[in-house]
Design a protein around this ligand. Structure first.
Ligand code: NJP
Length: 265
């Protein structure tokens, strides 16, 4: 195991954005543990990266929507002191409206996008806090702030990831633990085909490559940025959004209803 950078655990690393994170983190000197369901794809990603970088790359096949598989990955995070970075990337999307989508599929989406990400974070944070170091990268989405675009449960799951990350950053301030949340826009991966709308159906001008997305997100991490939105050309727009949110803080809980809600006499 690498004793300088330590080990990065990347979920959803059998393809798409997660496989690019794995590649880039190995090039930065991390050893890797790659998590996803498909053992074959994981093995070929691992083989390719270790051949290119000489890093130790282990695979941990697991269905993170399955409680016993998830518990196995949680135990690994709790018990492996070498882990210095967790990329919570595994996620499922959806493009259908409520009327056209199946609630059982929505529940599975929540198990992966929300429950697994939460449980893995709970598993690693105490270790990072005890060591006074560690990095958590949570992959959210632009639908966290634009839930009207795709399926609403998908948008809601990513709004959870953003809110949970905001709280984590606040709670972990001063502990030495770094939290970053990444909000990709449309990115050219299998995500779209799996969700039922192949990426080729989207205008090319709104689709980023997974390599550009991850490289930009890592620049954001290096700059100490908390919320990184690689496609947003004018970063000031997010700053203004965040300022409006901050301006409400301290004013959101009062004993009396606001005058606009005064009950008519
Ligand atoms: O998707 P894809 P992306 N247990 O489908 C794994 C977010 N995002 O790379 O299990 C464990 O190519 C799956 O592997 P396998 C998105 O919400 C994307 O685009 O072997 N792992 C594969 O490795 C997600 O959070 C776009 O099938 C499971 C990986 O997850 C993240 O980016 C836009 C699993 C998914 O790879 C990566 O998505 C955006 C399970 N139950 C946010 N189910 C975009 N692509 O446009 C799946 O805003 N995986």
């Amino acid at each position: 195991m690498s004793d300088i950078m330590g080990t990065a655990v990347v979920t959803g690393a059998s393809g798409g954005i997660g496989a690019v994170y794995a590649d880039r983190l190995a090039k930065r000197g991390y050893d890797l543990v790659l998590v996803a369901r498909s053992s074959d794809k994981l093995a070929s990603v691992a083989e390719r990266i270790s051949a290119r970088t000489g890093r130790q790359v282990d695979v941990m096949p697991a269905d993170l929507a399955d409680p016993s598989d998830l518990a196995r990955v949680e135990a690994f995070l709790r018990e492996t002191p070498d882990v210095t970075l967790l990329v919570n990337n595994a996620g499922l999307g959806g493009v259908l409206t409520l009327l056209d989508s199946d609630v059982d599929e929505m529940t599975s989406l929540i198990s992966l996008n929300v429950t697994a990400l939460t449980r893995l974070t709970y598993a690693i944070v105490p270790q990072f806090v005890a060591r006074g170091a560690g990095t958590i990268i949570n992959i959210a989405s632009i639908v966290a702030i634009n839930p009207e675009t795709l399926n609403g449960v998908y948008g809601g799951s990513k709004a959870f990831v953003l809110a949970f990350s905001q709280s984590l950053r606040h709670e972990l301030a001063g502990t030495g633990v770094t939290v970053q949340v990444v909000l990709p826009g449309a990115t050219a991966t299998d995500f779209w085909a799996i969700a039922g709308r192949p990426v080729e159906h989207l205008p090319g001008a709104i689709v980023m490559s997974s390599e550009d997305l991850v490289d930009a997100a890592l620049v954001g991490l290096d700059q100490g940025e908390f919320a990184t939105i690689p496609p947003l050309q004018d970063g000031g727009l997010f700053d203004a959004y965040e300022s409006a949110r901050q301006a409400m803080i301290g004013k959101l809980s009062t004993a009396n209803p606001a005058p606009r809600y005064r009950v008519a006499a």
